[in-house]
Design a protein around this ligand. Structure first.
Ligand code: MRU
Length: 345
């Protein structure tokens, strides 16, 4: 189990590890109201699909507490307005919308209670989302470990660890499990430009766990795959369409293409809360575009000329035909994905 708490809610304050500052500075960011939560998600103090969902759920708790002295109609109006704002904080990871929807349903179920009791209900709901995330990560880790062979060299992208979830992680949770069960694994981690979640966050987690690892520039991955140095690729997901097409950190699609060419198994590891049953294919997934500064600057220093135009999508879509399997807390889904995913609904 990881030794840090990425998300903690205590006495109406949400404590987050400030992921913008890792690995050089370990600092806790305090959210005292839902506006702080909205900022934390937008500015990527917290990131990773499951972690964003849990954070937003506590944002709903903070909003309800702020408005609890209001008359009930005003309380509901202000609370739903806050939920709308949180729902829009980032567009691609569906765990965010899933968590907000679950909080709205909890509001609906308790609408006849006093506002203080509604607050109580919402806190219980957010705590359940938190606990379920840990349970589902542990289940994914066990299922995922069944596809890891003794001595495997594993390639991963972005950060899918305890920082991106409540604990353990998704793809990194599988890697943890394989390491704890002494599979003698070796991990290659992509640095993951532009925001470097691989080198800043995944490498930080792997070093703490003393898992044998090499950090590589993103453009090294294809050569390693071609040279037979990668046995399996494990990545996370931000949204999975009902046909298995998967949105994940930019660069994932490229890895999947190379993996397919060289016959390397390519697995997505994600909880079923990352599946968007409402959409048919990856074409329907909104891809977030982030600031040009993530490309033109590193650590505040300009590395591209003034006046250059930039295209900076944060995610890409891996088509289902490039995916060997999707490891969920309910088991491993294999093609044909549409049928298998339909069964989970
Ligand atoms: O932009 P980020 O850092 O939020 O992107 C994170 C990813 O793409 C992860 O792979 C995904 O959210 C899964 S995290 C368990």
């Amino acid at each position: 189990m990881n030794k840090f708490k990425s998300i903690e809610f205590k006495d109406n304050i949400l404590y987050l590890i400030d992921q913008r500052k890792l690995p050089t500075t370990y600092e806790i960011f305090e959210c005292r109201d839902y506006r702080d939560v909205d900022f934390a998600i937008k500015d990527m103090v917290v990131r990773g699909a499951p972690a964003i969902g849990v954070t937003a759920a506590y944002g709903a708790v903070l909003a309800a507490d702020e408005f609890k002295e209001e008359e009930k109609p005003i309380f509901f109006e202000k609370l739903h307005n806050a939920l709308d704002i949180l729902n829009r904080s980032r567009p691609t990871a569906v765990n965010l919308m899933w968590a907000i929807d679950r909080m709205r349903k909890a509001v609906e179920r308790s609408k006849d209670l006093e506002t203080v009791d509604i607050c109580e209900m919402l806190l219980r709901e957010a705590n359940s989302i938190y606990d379920e995330d840990i349970r589902s990560n542990k289940a994914m880790a066990r299922y995922g470990n069944s596809v890891i062979e003794q001595g495997d060299n594993i390639l991963t992208h972005c950060n899918t660890g305890a920082l991106a979830t409540v604990a353990y992680g998704t793809a990194l949770g599988v890697i943890r499990e394989a390491h704890y069960t002494r599979k003698n694994i070796f991990v290659y981690v992509d640095e993951t430009r532009p925001r470097l979640q691989g080198s800043k966050l995944t490498a930080w987690e792997l070093v703490q766990e003393e898992i044998p690892t090499k950090l590589i520039a993103d453009n090294v991955a294809a050569t390693l795959i071609r040279d037979g140095k990668i046995d399996i690729i494990l990545v996370g997901a931000d949204r999975i369409a009902s046909n298995g097409d998967t949105a994940n950190k930019i660069g994932t699609f490229m890895l999947s293409v190379v993996a397919k060419v060289y016959g390397v198994p390519f697995y997505i590891v994600a909880p079923t809360t990352t599946i968007d049953f409402e959409i048919k294919t990856g074409d329907d997934i909104q891809i977030e575009e982030r600031s040009y500064k993530e490309i033109t600057h590193i650590g505040g220093i300009r590395i591209a000329p003034e006046g250059i135009d930039v295209y900076n999508p944060a995610f890409d879509i891996t088509p289902n035909e490039n995916i060997t399997g999707i490891i969920t807390e309910k088991g491993i889904i294999r093609p044909p994905f549409r049928e298998e995913i339909g069964r989970l609904k």
